[in-house]
Design a protein around this ligand. Structure first.
Ligand code: ADP
Ligand code: MG
Length: 753
């Protein structure tokens, strides 16, 4: 099975996405398909032994589309696709703008006609009227020839394959106006007794086509802008790299850098691939991937990632990740994936769009029929027929599933892209949608609320030997552990130049501590739970004074007795206090979840203002705590480091991983915050809220517009108020609807989080 994403050519409207998706899903060998009008791309999973991408393309060609099947979607390939689509936009613009004078002319004639008959301006003379009468069909024919192609093809496909889309509606509407006007002129003498032969609708054909094409052009142009986050990310990529190989220093394209290459980076240059510094030191501006404005100090042994920019130092590094493995490449892939994914809120709009076109066709015919059946007895046949035609065309033109189809994806594209620029990586649209409903945030203590770099604060010694001896035993054990606490103790011992001992049979005791054998004595180091498990007599009250100040005790014991206690303190991140207050302002409850001592946890929670504390939980119980909250009907977002909190992160409605290193896509997390900063957690929630708000506004306008537009165009208000919408205004409204939805989504970019 293969899953690939292909660009699609020829999509003009949101309902296209649905018909392409349907066609793929009905094709043998296709397992799943997801087509997005926002990104103009299809993500298809298929069995490559049954069907090939070229076959898939053939399936949709009768509908007027094709897949862009490339050997590999390389970065260079993406650049190429970008250029091609820029050309497409240019050609479209030229066509539209060349036809605008005709639209202006038609509107001028029409306005004169109406104002003249109302005696606001002098009536057209006979000569003038005859001239315009002959000019209009020429302009209408030219407009159809230049702009009409997609719409006429829409009619052709409807007749040939029975498939209709938005283009079909516009095609039928504009050509009906054209043909009716043509018939009036061609059979003028025959029809004169029955119809108003001077009332043609060539101007409708011209103006509607120009408006709709202009709307499409503006929509496409804006839609391109919604996706420019990817473009910006692609631009971060260095094109070339200077590497040191046997034959000296050579400059090669970035794609050709291989693992183990020594890459040389000069001041102010972009870092081309990921790697580890082997020589030199510098500050690197990583703001483009982390959103952190301050350049980061880098020494030998530190890692650097592609797309970040060296400041003033010079250094060389060994390439560890190249090509599609680099952090930047993975961020781009992740953002593209997320932008192409569907938010659940889109489901309703999709369902409606799927039946929209046939329903509108039926409505248009019904409206036409009702005019002919009911109206002649009141207004005469001639007037009824032209009103019927106006309704028919108006409904076909004003009904627009486009705005409905654009409402969600454009906002998702902008929202996800905006997040990426701030170091907030969203896995998919569904995550963004769920996050805005979160009403409780569960926070891991170490590294999320505290700096995650504890320091040794004090030593209590019950051993009868000197402090150095106790610290030597403890540090030797901790040397083998990866916990931040262990690091604090080992560093402290090293600073005091305390010699370490050999440890045998080392073992970590999950959520409690560690054990190991030194000089044939079994030692344990850990929290009070561990001491309780060992059934040692130890009065934890002696620790209370320190733990209540937020310090964590590490108790060192043998099987017989407690030897000593070391207190470590992990300072609270100053931004945590601000962030928690901000969360509360957003109406979100906070819970601190930690394996640490409960006094310690309470003290920390109090310091930063967290509402609730759940302490002394084993890693596997963190998951159950999340479940408990969910059982109360709460929507839980959980923020953790993504490593030992993975199960709980996965259980939460939204798992938010605070990434520190070069880990971008943490499996269990729906959202990854680069440069794990809790302030970003608040931004992520705000991002989800503004994105969802935008989607809801878009959907509201798209629905309202059709709900009001269709009956208005159909003449439903005619009997009451004498209102009948001119198809020209229908065209204007239709063009405006999609443009306004896309513009509203683009507005998201401007909002400050
Ligand atoms: P958390 O990430 O919330 O601190 P852990 O499960 O990693 O949760 O750790 C829980 C507790 O177990 C720690 O607070 C500490 O008391 C004890 N512990 C874990 N590892 C060690 C270690 N290497 N040395 C001493 N104590 C440890
Ligand atoms: Mg932890």
């Amino acid at each position: 099975m293969q899953t690939s994403t292909y660009k699609i050519k020829g999509m003009h409207c949101a309902s296209c996405a649905i018909s392409i998706e349907d066609t793929f899903k009905k094709t043998a060998g296709v397992v799943s398909a997801n087509v997005n009008y926002g990104t103009e791309a299809a993500k298809v999973s298929f069995d490559e032994s049954t069907i090939s991408p070229a076959d898939l393309s053939k399936k949709i060609e009768p509908l007027g589309y094709s897949l862009v099947v490339e050997e590999e979607q390389t970065m260079a390939g993406m650049d190429h696709a970008k250029m091609e689509s820029a050309d497409e936009l240019k050609v479209m613009g030229q066509k539209v703008f060349s036809m605008i004078p005709f639209a202006v002319m038609s509107i001028f004639i029409m306005t004169w006609d109406i104002l003249g008959s109302l005696r606001y301006v002098p009536k057209m003379s006979n000569t003038e009227a005859t001239f315009f009468h002959h000019l209009l069909p020429v302009m209408a024919t030219a407009t159809l020839a230049v702009l009409g192609r997609p719409y006429l093809l829409g009619i052709y496909r409807f007749i040939r394959y029975g498939k209709a889309n938005m283009d079909t509606l516009v095609g039928i509407g504009t050509s009906a106006a054209f043909l009716y006007s043509f018939a009036l002129g061609a059979f003028e003498n025959v029809l004169r007794p029955y119809l108003n032969v001077d009332q043609g609708y060539y101007d409708v054909t011209v103006v509607v086509l120009v408006f709709i094409a202009l709307g499409k052009y503006l929509e496409l142009r804006s839609k391109r802008k919604t996706g420019d986050a990817i473009e910006k990310l692609l631009n971060l990529q260095a094109k070339k790299a200077l590497v040191r190989r046997q034959d000296g220093e050579i400059e090669i394209p970035m794609e050709e850098v291989v693992h183990g290459d020594i890459v040389i980076v000069k001041p102010a240059e972009k870092i081309p691939v990921d790697g580890t510094i082997i020589e030199g030191s510098t500050y690197v501006d990583e703001s483009m991937i982390s959103g952190e404005p301050m350049p980061v100090k880098k020494n030998v042994g530190d890692s650097v990632v592609s797309g970040t920019i060296n400041t003033t130092g010079a250094f060389s590094f060994k390439a560890t990740k190249v090509g599609s493995e680099t952090m930047l490449a993975r961020i781009i892939a992740m953002v593209e994936d997320a932008q192409g994914s569907k938010a659940p809120i889109q489901a309703l709009a999709d369902k409606i769009s799927a039946v929209f076109v046939p329903v509108v066709l039926v409505l248009a015919v019904l409206a036409f029929g009702s005019w002919l059946l009911v109206a002649p007895q009141y207004i005469g046949f001639a007037k009824a027929l032209s009103a019927g035609l106006v309704s028919f065309v108006g409904i076909l033109v004003i009904a627009c599933p486009c705005a409905l189809g654009l409402a969600t994806p454009t906002a998702i594209i902008v929202g996800v892209g905006k997040g990426a620029r701030e170091g907030i990586l969203v896995k998919d649209a569904a995550t963004l949608e769920t996050l805005h409903k979160a009403n409780v945030v569960v926070l891991d203590k170490t590294g999320t609320i505290t700096k995650g770099k504890p320091e040794l604060a004090s030593v209590m010694n019950f051993s009868g030997q000197d402090d150095e001896e106790v610290l030597s035993v403890l540090a030797s054990l901790e040397k083998k552990s990866e916990h931040p606490i262990a690091h604090a103790i080992v560093t402290h011992a090293a600073e005091r130049k305390i010699a370490l001992k050999e440890v045998k049979d080392f073992q970590a005791i999950k959520g409690k501590g560690i054990e190991g054998t030194i000089e044939d004595v079994v030692y344990y180091a850990g929290n009070t739970k561990l001491i309780a498990d060992l059934r040692l007599a130890f009065d934890t009250a002696t620790l209370a004074e320190e733990t209540k100040r937020g310090k964590t005790p590490i108790i060192l014991a043998t099987k017989e007795k407690v030897v000593g206690v070391v207190m470590v303190a992990d300072a609270v991140k100053p931004e945590a206090i601000v962030a928690i207050a901000h969360l509360h302002k957003l109406g979100i409850k906070t819970v601190l979840l930690t394996g640490d001592d409960s006094n310690t946890a309470l003290a920390i929670a109090k310091e930063v203002g967290i509402d609730d504390v759940v302490a002394e939980v084993l890693p596997e119980d963190k998951l159950n705590k999340v479940k408990e909250l969910q059982a109360k009907g709460l929507v839980v977002a959980m923020a953790g480091d993504g490593v030992n909190d993975a199960p709980a992160l996965a259980q939460a409605n939204v798992g938010i991983a605070m990434a520190t290193g070069t880990d971008v896509a943490i499996e269990s997390a729906g959202i990854t915050l680069l440069h794990g900063d809790i302030a970003k957690l608040v931004k992520a929630i705000e991002l989800s809220r503004v994105t969802m708000r935008t989607i809801k506004q878009n959907l509201f306008w798209a629905f309202i517009y059709n709900i009001i537009g269709i009956p208005l165009a159909g003449g439903a208000f005619y009997p009451l108020f004498g209102w009948l919408l001119s198809p020209i205004f229908a065209g204007l409204a239709m063009a405006f609807s999609s443009v306004s939805v896309v513009s509203n989504s683009l507005r998201l970019k401007m909002i400050k989080l």
